[in-house]
Write a protein that binds this ligand. Structure first.
Ligand code: ADP
Ligand code: MG
Length: 276
């Protein structure tokens, strides 16, 4: 295996009792979410720190994707979906902002299945900047920078005008990340971004996540606990409430604490593989 795909271990953030110096980027407070009359999330409160990777783990159906989608109002597209409580991006209230396109520019999203648009590699990455009406020179530089950081430039700079469908699955996922970066986001949401990929492509994405952490705030949903350990600084553990069946946040802490000395016995059982 190419040594460049090895993922550096998450840096130790020091004693868990010491505060993290970085500011809070996203803050959910008493967030409750409904799909019509179905209560999907109840009373979620957590803080996502800037320039950190936060993983969301928990069994299928506990609301990980729903929580992720509240951060940039992806649920606006779902009839009957509504959020109560508050989510702030810096100081802006996400749940009520009228600046929805700006919100989605600032908080980009990468999905489980790579979803390149049916157009060329170049046009995929230039898509957002063109919608924003940026001048051609700025677009060209943005496309090149985004392809470089995702490692695609070295692989495809000689065929930027070929169809994005000609790329491998792992390259397509990195293209989707490049497309997200091209519009200058602050936060990147990733919903199980590696679950459709082979192990080598997965490691490349994980390596990229570690690299992007310097410039962006990243929230990643993963069902792979080893991946959460490898890439994240913080971990949120969610479960389905056993009687009412809504999703709830059980524990949120530094990743090291969640995996090595969790406070809640349910977290301990989950990270030990006793259920889920
Ligand atoms: P996870 O990502 O943890 O597997 P989801 O956030 O996808 O969980 O789903 C949480 C709950 O919300 C599940 O019970 C699921 O069936 C329900 N749900 C998800 N999307 C919708 C939707 N569009 N309409 C109605 N219910 C939904
Ligand atoms: Mg999901």
């Amino acid at each position: 295996m190419d040594s460049s795909v090895r993922v550096a271990p998450a840096p130790r953030l020091g004693d868990p009792s010491t505060a993290d110096e970085t500011p809070v980027k996203l803050r959910a407070k008493d967030l409750t979410f409904f799909y019509g009359s179905f209560l999907a999330l109840k009373d979620i409160t957590l803080e996502i720190r800037a320039n950190r990777v936060t993983a969301i783990i928990g069994p299928s159906g506990c609301g990980k994707s729903t929580l992720l989608q509240t951060f940039n109002r992806m649920y606006d597209l779902v009839p009957g979906a509504k959020a109560r409580g508050s989510i702030r991006l810096n100081t802006e209230e996400v749940t009520t902002t009228p600046r929805i396109y700006d919100l989605r520019r600032r908080i980009g999203m990468v999905f489980q299945r790579p979803n390149p648009f049916p157009m060329s590699i170049y046009d995929n990455v230039a898509f957002g900047p063109r919608l924003l009406g940026w001048p051609a020179e700025r677009i060209a530089k943005g496309v090149a920078d985004s392809l470089r950081i995702t490692g695609l430039w070295d692989e495809v700079s000689d065929r930027l005008h070929r169809s994005a469908a000609s790329l491998s699955g792992g390259q397509q996922q990195r293209l989707c990340i490049a497309r997200c970066l091209a519009v200058g986001p602050e936060v990147i949401l990733m919903d199980e971004p590696c679950s459709a990929l082979d192990p080598i492509s997965t490691l490349r994405i994980e390596e990229l996540i570690r690299k992007l952490r310097d410039r962006y705030t990243i929230v990643i949903v993963t069902h792979n606990m080893q991946q959460a350990k490898r890439v994240s600084d913080y971990t949120a553990f969610m479960l389905i409430e056993p009687f009412l069946r809504h999703g709830e946040l059980i524990e949120f802490d530094r990743t090291d604490a969640i995996f090595n000395h969790p406070s809640d016995p349910r977290t301990r059982d989950y990270v030990d593989g006793k259920f889920g």
